[in-house]
Design a protein around this ligand. Sequence first.
Ligand SMILES: Cc1cc2nc3c(=O)[nH]c(=O)nc-3n(C[C@H](O)[C@H](O)[C@H](O)COP(=O)(O)OP(=O)(O)OC[C@H]3O[C@@H](n4cnc5c(N)ncnc54)[C@H](O)[C@@H]3O)c2cc1C
Length: 219
Amino acid sequence: MNVSLVAYTPNPEVTVALAARTCYSHHLSLEISLEKAQILIQELIQRGHESVLEHASFTFQIEGISRVASHQLVRHRLASYSQQSHRYVALHEPNFVCPPSIAKHEEAHALYREVLGHCQKTYERLLQLGIEKEDARYLLPQGVTTNLFFSANARELLHIFRLRLCNRAQWEIRELCWQMLTLVRVVAPSIFALAGPPCVDGICPEGEKSCGRPWKKSA
Ligand SMILES: Cc1cc2nc3c(=O)[nH]c(=O)nc-3n(C[C@H](O)[C@H](O)[C@H](O)COP(=O)(O)OP(=O)(O)OC[C@H]3O[C@@H](n4cnc5c(N)ncnc54)[C@H](O)[C@@H]3O)c2cc1C
């Protein structure tokens, strides 16, 4: 997969801090140093005053994730999406994500490629027979890759990272979220310093279902 940060609110940390200052000042504040903004943001996050984080938005281009992962991503309702349409785009040479568990198993990998090849050939044949793309696409497996434009504010991104970077989330959406987090940490470090599942800075709420391992990138 390829993930890039294509746009974001200019000076996201200063913007968030100015929004917060509005709540606590008699007059509108127009200036705050980056250093003070970063300290204030950490206090705001600790206090749970997260609504001010909605003033900073981030837009990503996401290329080459499976429809499995994109379906998980679009369940997050407080974000905006534009996704490649298989009604309009014919997939003459589709790519497919192969899960590592299948890729490393010789027999499973051979079976996987065989069935994908069969689906692909049949899809192409249906198009030749005059079937519309929107109907032929019913044959495309969930592993087929897709591209999205995805925008969300910092509060929603933190929520998504909390759920989807957890070891209990699936490997592909974890990888996607890790790449997004790495990008936003560069431009808004104080907002995303403690981003990740609850075990990053507290107790795992998963109870019996907990993986029992504190979170780290390689898990
Ligand atoms: C490990 C894992 C396994 C999952 N397994 C399944 C599964 O088996 N089946 C399944 O269907 N889904 C599953 N999901 C998806 C999950 O149920 C949520 O749909 C998805 O994570 C979006 O989360 P959300 O609703 O909290 O967030 P968002 O849609 O991102 O919303 C953010 C927050 O806004 C608030 N909010 C948003 N919309 C409303 C609303 N209409 N009313 C009130 N408050 C709202 C809530 O506080 C919500 O937490 C799974 C998710 C994870 C992380």
